[in-house]
Design a protein around this ligand. Structure first.
Ligand code: SF4
Ligand code: SF4
Length: 367
């Protein structure tokens, strides 16, 4: 019988809805008993006749734990891929349940005597709000009048921001521009149902609000020599750091071959196409492909841009270009990045020349 104390919902998800438990490959099990005696949740029993470990109460197993597999001397224990746990943690309800637990047990769980956050908190003021599309809001932040400054950031870096007055943990957003004379920065925020930061951004944020941020941080920054051509690949609001990197190239006067491939689900989700149009008009060595799985007629596409119907990874795979001398900068959801990297490899881009900026757990889906 599963132990009721281990059958509690896992961050709100009924335990029996989660397929997570060990499987013992009997042929490989030498009956050492390490897993049986080592699991404090009594998942196992021991077959004393056959000298084999038996999975007896699979639901007692802690979701995400693989301790017994790690300690089995013959690799006789298997688990589902950890990706399954990541997929659960990327669910908004699970993410919020974990966040609420962290907040409610802050006194108990707070790490003491650790290195302070390397970036001091700065106060920024909402200077402008622009609904770029029904699902993407651009918020411009400027240093507050109290004299706080973000400091010089490097294009491609991100900022951690908190919902004003909330206990919630900070969310990371890429800065969607190169440094400007007025020190303003642009956050590109996608609307997410139940996303705590995006809910604030779409429903409560007002010009003049003060936002606490930390940063800049991150290593998704330009590192290619000037003679090398560049391909930038963005998925959704992964356009933000890519835009900052491209702006940097033009601001510094670097005219070299550059290709932007930007993908969204529906072409209505594209924004700031006027900026891309200006880049195309002003820089003959710059090209752009826009990829979407549906193309409503009302989308105004820059004249010199190419369009592709389908996924951004397929746009790259089928572009017909030899990209073997290109460096690639890729930003977007983790799953998309894996597919994009494979497509870039097909077109000749060396693996070590692909720099990726994955949303990871800070995915827009949970922001
Ligand atoms: S640790 Fe491995 S070899 Fe030892 S009993 Fe368990 S499954 Fe068998
Ligand atoms: S993974 Fe952890 S909880 Fe699950 S059976 Fe192994 S040791 Fe026990």
């Amino acid at each position: 019988m599963p132990d009721p104390k281990f059958l509690k919902p896992w961050h709100g998800v009924p335990r029996e809805m989660i397929e997570w438990h060990p499987t013992v490959h009997e042929d490989a099990c030498i009956g050492c008993g390490t897993c049986v005696t080592g699991c404090s949740r009594l998942v196992y029993r021991f077959d004393y006749d056959r000298m084999k470990a038996m999975v007896f109460d699979p639901l007692n197993c802690m979701v995400g734990c693989t301790t017994c597999a790690n300690t089995c001397p013959t690799n006789a224990i298997a688990f589902p891929p950890l990706r399954d746990v990541l997929d659960l943690e990327l669910r908004v309800d699970v993410h919020h349940a974990i966040e609420d637990d962290l907040i409610s047990r802050r006194d108990q769980l707070r790490a003491e005597d650790v290195t302070p956050h390397p970036d001091r908190a700065v106060e920024l003021r909402v200077a402008h709000i622009n609904d770029a599309t029904p699902t993407t809001r651009l918020i411009t932040l400027v240093p507050s009048s109290s004299g706080d400054h973000l400091g010089q950031f490097i294009p491609g870096q991100y900022l951690e921001v908190q919902v004003p007055g909330s206990p919630w943990l900070a969310r990371a957003y890429s800065i969607g521009n190169a440094p400007r004379p007025d020190d303003s920065i642009e956050l590109q925020i996608r609307r997410v149902s139940h996303g705590r930061f995006s809910n604030w951004a779409f429903t409560d944020a007002r010009v003049g609000d003060l936002v606490v941020g930390r940063g800049p941080a991150g290593h998704f920054t330009m590192r290619s020599p000037l003679e090398r051509p560049l391909i930038f690949v963005a998925g959704g609001t992964g356009f933000a750091p890519v835009k900052a990197l491209i702006e940097q190239q033009f601001a510094e006067g670097h005219e070299r071959r550059m290709l932007l491939v930007w993908g969204v689900s529906d072409a209505m989700d594209f924004y700031e196409l006027d900026i891309i149009e200006n880049w195309l008009d002003d820089h003959p060595l710059f090209d752009c492909t826009l990829a979407a799985t549906s193309w409503p007629v009302q989308v105004h596409v820059p004249a010199r841009a190419s369009i592709f119907t389908g996924l951004v990874s397929d746009a790259i795979a089928s572009c017909g270009l030899d990209l073997s001398d290109y460096d690639a900068y890729v930003a977007g959801p983790a799953v998309a990045i894996v597919n994009v990297a494979a497509s870039l490899g097909e077109r000749g881009v060396a693996h070590q020349r692909i720099l990726a900026d994955s949303f990871g757990l800070q995915a827009p889906d949970v922001n």
